[in-house]
Ligand binder design. Sequence first.
Ligand SMILES: [Zn+2]
Length: 405
Amino acid sequence: MLIRKAFQYQLKTTPEIEQMLFEQAAFCRFVWNKALELNLRRLKDGLPLLWFAELCFWLKLWKSSEELGFLKAGDSQALQQRLKDLDRAFKDGFDKQQPNKRIPIWRKKGKDESFRIPQRFKFDGNRVYIPKIGWVCFRNSRKLEGKPKNLTVSYRAGKWYISVQCEIEIGEPQHPSHSIVGIDLGVKRFATLSDGVVYEPLNSFKKHQQKLKREQQNLARKVKFSANWQKQKARIARLHSKIADCRKDYLHKITTKISNSHAMIIIEDLQVRNMSKSAKGTLDSPGSHVCQKAGLNRSILDQAWSETRRQLEYKQQWKGGDVLAINPARTSQTCSCCGHIDPASRVSQALFNCTNCGKELNADDNAALNILAAGHAVLACGEPPLGSSMKQEPVQSRKSIAAYL
Ligand SMILES: [Zn+2]
């Protein structure tokens, strides 16, 4: 079996090289925004969108024009890759199967400093050849395996990194275990497994959060755009990147552990956005976690849930295991003991007490058991795993986008 794996390294840059890298990223960003502008205008005028091939034609025109001739200094393949990304982003934005995706947005300086090269890069020991830049040394922290397919160069919190996507032949994997497990993802507990294992929530990085708050207060006291303000701003960016790294590391640890121990993993097919919405509840019965899920915290959770699923899926694929997504309807209202369905059984966010058989247990444990049972049902009788999610309405219709413009 052929798999794709990414290897990441930190570049050892000089100010001159950094300057060139920033330039290449700026060209790509410019092309994205230019093409995006073009398509948004067409959308507004009711014209069909331009896709990759047409956008490449436009890129050629821009390059040969007097006004945009400076684009010739950009790596042409990197520019084309960016158009490919935009093409993909528009397709995802209109894909009814992906209600979480929106139409693409503007790329901003300082926020998007990256470019991708599909070919013509080379490795030689601790050096990498980047077209239009030349040979650059990197910290060779782990061995590169397989055949490099593309190279992404990006800037994060003061440092430049390369990420190399490689194709590796791993043979047909056979999962070492035969067990099957159901997972419930939640707020209070990040993940609850049907075998009783519990993973703590992501906000266990409280220490960092407090530090971040202090640093942000510090920033507010400084004169805007002064040298000290800039320094403080950079410090906050580094902290943000550190928190993100911790979170990523934590998710990887969880998913590796689960994937190592179970051949079949049953999860809920959560349309994450809808789920967050329901946290607010209705006017009659407001959700009890409104604050907890509000703002940033909520978006982190949303992201963490879909990231968890993504990681589980590819890790299982590598190991020869499987992930099955089941319909999440009523997993929190059903009694895992007698099968009785009653919303009233869910006494509180944490407690489940069956109104029929009187069984009392943690609500997340109950949900995990139900998810496992639903998985067994799908596997046993071939019940369609994604019943109701197909009926979901697209979040954004073409009309609403036009109104938004
Ligand atoms: Zn019951």
